[in-house]
Design a protein around this ligand. Structure first.
Ligand SMILES: [Fe+2]
Length: 178
């Protein structure tokens, strides 16, 4: 596993199945190679261009993975077999939901802005394209495709619902804060 990606995402170690862990890391490695942003930028740019107040991209994306894991832990404790949750799929998908933003953003005079690609092809679509290159399973592609508003008209999987709410519960408060 590439050291840069390993440092960005300590949560990769939570994925127990080696093949899925390696593939998840490979998607990030490839996206970084093809992005106008560097790994260092992810510690500095805002996680969204739609909020006035923000935290860094990587702080936000890592927090979503942690919220997913904690939520799944509680849900498993109370629902047990009544609502099966695949933790490996959940963590892999949560790490990958916004990987397409590496193509959605660019930098102009040091400022992070939406790229032409981002205007025409939002990150749920580019994220699926990136992940499909590395043969991620459909359950993970589904999470990337449906984590955002694009997934509102379909039926999400359990892991898809968890990551959707984890992402939005940590986005909407920033958007409504002036
Ligand atoms: Fe997103």
């Amino acid at each position: 596993m590439n050291e840069t990606v390993k440092k960005l995402w300590p949560e990769l170690e939570w994925i127990e199945e080696k093949d899925l862990r390696e593939k998840t890391a490979k998607v990030w490695e490839y996206a970084l190679e093809h992005s106008d942003l560097s790994a260092q930028d992810l510690y500095e740019i805002p996680f969204s261009l739609l909020t006035e107040k923000s935290v860094s991209f990587i702080a936000h994306k890592r927090s979503v993975v942690h919220i997913c894991r904690e939520s799944a832990r509680v849900m498993r404790e109370f629902y047990d077999d009544a609502l099966p949750i695949n933790m490996d799929v959940l963590i892999s998908g949560a790490i990958l939901i916004d990987v397409g933003k590496l193509l959605e953003y660019t930098k102009v005079a040091g400022i992070c802005v939406q790229s032409r690609m981002g205007k025409l092809v939002r990150h749920p679509f580019s994220g699926v394209a990136l992940a499909a290159r590395f043969d991620l399973p459909p359950e993970v592609l589904h999470m990337i495709a449906c984590h955002s508003k694009e997934g509102d008209h379909g039926q999400r999987t359990t892991e898809g619902w968890i990551v959707h709410h984890a992402d939005f519960m940590s986005f909407e408060p920033f958007r409504s804060m002036k």
